[in-house]
Design a protein around this ligand. Structure first.
Ligand SMILES: Nc1ncnc2c1ncn2[C@@H]1O[C@H](COP(=O)(O)OP(=O)(O)OP(=O)(O)O)[C@@H](O)[C@H]1O
Ligand SMILES: [Mg+2]
Length: 343
């Protein structure tokens, strides 16, 4: 007999990152990061698509694995602003990672006075000396745009350490905004993102990955199907809708509420701003018409068809668009509601 909802704890997590038993899906991208050939990887994801969760899950798995060549270090760049700030956030990540300190015998004392690029070089050297390779998991990499404006030299020095092939594998997560880095911060050496592009796209979950998550709510099969359809398995939206449904028990009313919710509208506004100008134009055009082919998009916006292809590929991977035969439609119902209101 199932326990009534009123006394069961809400099993959905909305907002904070997840890992371990709360983390669903993503086996392909995790395998690519841990077992693939590339040593520099940019995981490009939209806002709230699960970038932090992915890095935290990878750190967690590496810490628990008996047969990995890596020692993982999670580094959140948010708020770093300049070279000194980067050094401070890097020291903080070492301090926070008991597993890293244990595996490498690094102490905070030997790092603290170093500039950030030397600090990175020391971390790589100590990791290698201990018989490991460094898996550096860099979150909120858009912060490099801020650093690059005042201090491109630091970016160039960091890049030199991070591109040392076998000893260090660097994974950065960021939205599309990061693409501006190589135009804004002109390094005397190679562009920072060289090696990191093309990006690996973080996609929404698949329905198969989402159903075990939804099963936590003990919803009816029909409700689960509707949640999958309306959110297109965007992990944040699916958790949000499931969490609200868990409390209310009424899917139709909950969907209506979410469609008009200010917090959801703010989320889409912030997310939309991370896209390129062209991407926003294409999405607006699809929203206006309901569905568009690549040829229609090219003629409506005056772009050559191959430029349209690049944007459509990225927008589809990120879940903003979905293929419908030859045409493209907006990726999920909540996003469509917001786009329509915006127009
Ligand atoms: N693999 C996953 N399994 C289940 N839920 C997930 C997963 N990834 C993300 N989520 C859900 O999405 C929310 C946002 O995840 P997370 O904070 O990792 O995203 P983010 O891309 O780092 O967001 P931001 O752009 O704000 O930094 C989480 O609170 C959780 O509800
Ligand atoms: Mg994050």
């Amino acid at each position: 007999m199932s326990i009534p909802t009123s006394i069961r704890r809400n099993p959905f997590i909305v907002g904070s990152w997840v890992r371990g038993e709360d983390f669903f899906g993503r086996s392909g991208v995790i395998q690519e990061i841990l077992e693939g050939e590339r040593h520099s990887i940019w995981v490009l994801g939209a806002r709230r698509l699960g970038k932090t969760s992915l890095l935290k899950e990878i750190e967690h798995r590496v810490e628990r694995s008996r047969d990995t060549p890596f020692v993982a270090l999670y580094w959140d760049l948010q708020g770093s602003a300049d070279a000194r700030g980067l050094a401070e956030t890097l020291v903080a990540s070492v301090e926070d990672s008991e597993a890293f300190c244990r595996a490498t015998d690094v102490t905070i004392d030997e790092l603290e006075s170093l500039p950030v690029a030397d600090m990175l070089a020391t971390l790589v050297r100590r990791t290698v000396r201990s018989g490991w390779r460094l898996l550096l998991l860099i979150d909120e990499a858009e912060e490099l745009l801020v650093v690059g404006r005042s201090d491109p030299g630091t970016l160039a020095r960091m890049r030199r350490v991070l591109s040392r092939g076998g000893d260090v594998r660097a994974v950065v997560t960021a939205t599309r905004t990061l693409a501006r880095l190589d135009d804004e911060a002109r390094l005397a050496t190679s562009p920072f993102l060289q090696g990191f592009i093309p990006p690996v796209y973080l996609t929404p979950l698949t329905p198969e990955e989402s159903l075990p998550l939804l099963a936590r709510g003990e919803f009816s099969p029909e409700d689960m199907e509707t949640i999958v359809a309306r959110t297109a398995c965007h992990p944040f939206l699916i958790q949000l809708l499931a969490s609200r449904l868990f409390e209310s028990g009424d899917l139709a009313a909950t969907l209506e509420q979410l469609g008009a919710d200010e917090m959801v509208a703010n989320f889409f506004t912030v997310d939309f701003q991370t896209l390129s100008e062209d991407e926003r134009v294409f999405l607006s055009e699809v929203a206006r018409e309901g569905s568009r082919t690549r040829r229609e998009l090219a003629s409506a916006t005056g772009h050559p068809e191959d430029a349209v292809d690049v944007a459509l590929y990225g927008l589809t991977m990120l879940g903003y668009l979905t293929r419908d035969g030859e045409a493209y439609r907006l990726g999920n119902w909540l996003f469509e509601r917001w786009m329509r209101r915006r127009l």
